[in-house]
Design a protein around this ligand. Structure first.
Ligand code: C2E
Ligand code: MG
Ligand code: MG
Ligand code: MG
Length: 288
């Protein structure tokens, strides 16, 4: 869906909103309350293997259910949380909700992975290690079922600290993924030095893939690079069958996007999986 329509055409937050402006202070106190009263939740978006169509996991995407504004998308409040010191609490809520959901699916015999996005600040917070360890134990989820997604730019904000933290997370057995790959400014060789197992091709390259030779070349290069480095390559934002087929012919491993499914409340996932099994031709999946 589109961020503007879900906020009634109004942006909740504008980057130039001054730190001490009344609107911003209201927003911060509303967000703090929301983080405590359970109105900040996660929706999940399935991720599938391109070759087989098998769903292997989901990405957790945070949502704020605002009493007047409806579902508020993360781009409208994650940076507010970062600047106001609420990001630690937000990350905790998202990790907790994601691992709790993962444990419920496991009890239902759905052995799915769950991916959680980390912000720049969380990537510099040493407390994250104990927190992740504790939550994995609490919900009985094996570490390799959790993937943490970080962006190139959040790593580059303080590469030394970020890499140290990523090494510790990796030592726990957690999977690590570079999100929005291709949009940052880091050199390609840096990828080799990061302890990651996955790259996600930014959806800006995918949305304009058909008929655009340059984007096709970029996507192909990222897929090849990932394969040569032994990384899983995920294409995000796949919206149609033609893009799906093209990615498959390139040897891309995994896809995520509206063509497979839009993000949904976590409790709707088992029903969606069941519906998909009973109608395997749906969601654009070609049965081969
Ligand atoms: P992201 O991690 O790159 O997530 C992918 C975004 O693309 C999501 O937007 C998803 O809803 C959207 N999307 C997925 N498939 C399609 C498609 O086929 N077409 C189009 N047009 N869009 C698609 P969303 O949920 O608004 O999240 C935006 C960003 O907010 C995320 O980008 C991520 O960077 C951040 N974010 C989301 N959840 C969290 C969180 O729990 N913590 C932190 N720190 N950041 C989060
Ligand atoms: Mg992500
Ligand atoms: Mg992304
Ligand atoms: Mg993004």
């Amino acid at each position: 869906y589109d961020a503007k329509s879900s906020t009634g055409g109004m942006r909740l937050y504008e980057p130039d909103l001054h730190a001490t402006s009344p609107r911003r202070l209201t927003l911060v106190s509303e967000l703090r309350a929301a983080l405590h009263d359970g109105s900040v939740v996660v929706h999940v978006q399935p991720k599938a293997e391109l070759a087989s169509g098998r769903v292997v996991g989901v990405e957790a995407l945070v949502r704020w259910e605002h009493p007047e504004r409806g579902w508020v998308p993360p781009d409208d409040f994650v940076s507010v949380a970062e600047r106001s010191g609420l990001i630690g609490l937000l990350t905790t809520r998202v990790l907790d909700a994601s691992l709790a959901a993962c444990a419920r699916w496991r009890a239902d015999c759905h052995d799915l992975g769950v991916a959680v996005n980390l912000s720049t600040r969380s990537l510099q917070d040493p407390a994250l290690i104990d927190e992740v360890t504790g939550l994995l134990l609490r919900y009985g989820v094996p570490a390799h079922r959790l993937t943490l997604e970080v962006t190139e730019s959040s790593v580059m904000a303080d590469p030394g600290r970020a890499v140290a933290l990523l090494d510790q997370l990796r030592a726990l057995g957690v999977r690590l993924s570079i999100d929005d790959f291709g949009t940052g400014y880091s050199s390609l060789s840096y990828l080799q030095r990061l302890p990651v197992q996955e790259v996600k091709i930014d959806r800006s390259f995918l949305s304009a893939l058909r008929g655009d030779g340059e984007n096709v070349a970029i996507v192909r290069a990222i897929v090849d690079l990932g394969r040569h480095l032994g990384l899983d390559v995920v294409a995000e934002g796949v919206e149609d069958q033609a893009t799906w087929d093209l990615l498959r012919s390139m040897g891309c491993h995994l896809v995520q996007g509206w063509h497979l499914a839009r993000p949904m409340p976590a409790e709707e996932l088992p029903g969606w999986l069941a519906g998909r099994r009973s109608a395997p031709g749906r969601h654009g999946l070609r049965v081969v």
